[in-house]
Design a protein around this ligand. Structure first.
Ligand code: ATP
Ligand code: ZN
Length: 292
């Protein structure tokens, strides 16, 4: 029988959420503590646990069909291969958010990226950095480092850095100032799926449909409320991402019950606006699963 292989990060920032998202698609694995291969039970999808940097190459080399990795790494490897080999981004996964930013020493009076012309920039993402700077007509000397990029300016080996940032704490600790964002990244499911067999394609489609359901459910809320009948149109407009709510009469009352799945985030501001439009007994519930 056909099976699919998904590569995920073994340990690091993406590993836990990568496992979680696959588990919420109904995948179960016979895991072995130190082994790099987890066998998929019930659903024929197996896991390969590796370093995140290896994931795009494993896909391109045909070792696995799918992989969960940051867009930063996928882009770097695709550029490295000069666009000859393409991976498909099948679904962004809503975690692992970070940005590739240019940072300079705090005391450096540099106001924009254009002033980096001809300077030395330390980075672990040489291809992506070179490519994005070139798009802004900046030609810099790339100093490639595999780690601890943030200490390069202090050591005098670079004038600026291009590094991943999420909170900025590391930059501040090293007296660096974020000058500009080059690229925004999050974890995504990538595939090398051209020319796979029909049986694998069918498996992939089932997995993607489940994943879509999981992602939509995570973003959706089920909202229930009571409202005056004449306020229905106004209430519908105020429910984020809703066109056709379910409307039910309330026994012995001239008010109605309105139920709807909101496809977008529901904030306190939405609830306050609904209340102001006459709604009461407003409940917001999480959605666990969804299949369109
Ligand atoms: P590995 O041992 O698998 O090579 P690593 O040290 O290269 O691990 P992590 O630090 O776990 O990788 O980061 C994995 C991914 O998490 C990054 O490629 C990036 O997409 C994302 N990420 C999110 N926030 C950050 C951050 N603040 N710094 C670095 N990466 C981040
Ligand atoms: Zn890595």
């Amino acid at each position: 029988m056909s099976r699919l292989r998904v590569a995920i990060q073994k340990s690091g920032r993406l590993s836990e959420r990568s496992q979680e998202v696959l588990k919420s698609c109904g995948l179960k694995f016979a895991r072995s503590k130190d082994k790099l291969f987890w066998y998929g039970q019930d659903f024929p999808v197996d896991l390969l646990l590796v370093r995140d940097d290896d994931i795009p190459r494993l896909l391109l080399d045909g070792v696995c069909e799918l992989g969960i990795v940051g867009e930063n790494i996928a882009m770097e490897v695709m550029l490295e291969r000069d666009g000859r080999d393409q991976l498909h981004c099948l679904r962004k996964l809503g975690f692992g958010h970070c940005r590739l930013s240019i940072a300079v020493p705090e005391e450096r009076g540099c106001a924009s990226i254009s002033e980096l012309q001809g300077m030395r920039i330390a980075t672990s993402y040489p291809e992506l950095t070179r490519h994005l700077l070139k798009e802004q007509n900046v030609q810099a000397t790339i100093v490639e480092l595999s780690g601890s990029v943030e200490i390069a300016p202090g050591l005098g080996t670079a004038d600026a850095i291009s590094d991943l940032v999420s909170t900025g704490t590391t930059l501040r600790a090293n007296h660096l100032r974020e000058l500009d964002v080059l690229f925004r990244s999050e974890a995504a499911l990538y595939g090398r799926i051209d020319g796979i067999s029909a049986a694998k394609r069918e498996l992939l489609d089932r997995l993607l449909a489940r994943l879509e359901g999981v992602m939509q459910a995570a973003e959706s809320k089920y909202v229930m409320l009571h409202a005056p009948r004449e306020a229905l149109q106004k209430i519908t407009e105020l429910l984020p991402g809703v066109e056709h709510p379910s409307v039910m009469p309330l026994e012995g009352s001239d008010r109605i019950a309105v139920h709807a799945v909101c496809g977008e985030k529901v904030f306190w501001e939405h609830l306050e606006a609904l209340k102001a439009a006459g709604a009461s007994a407003i409940l917001v519930l999480p959605v666990e699963k969804m299949l369109a």
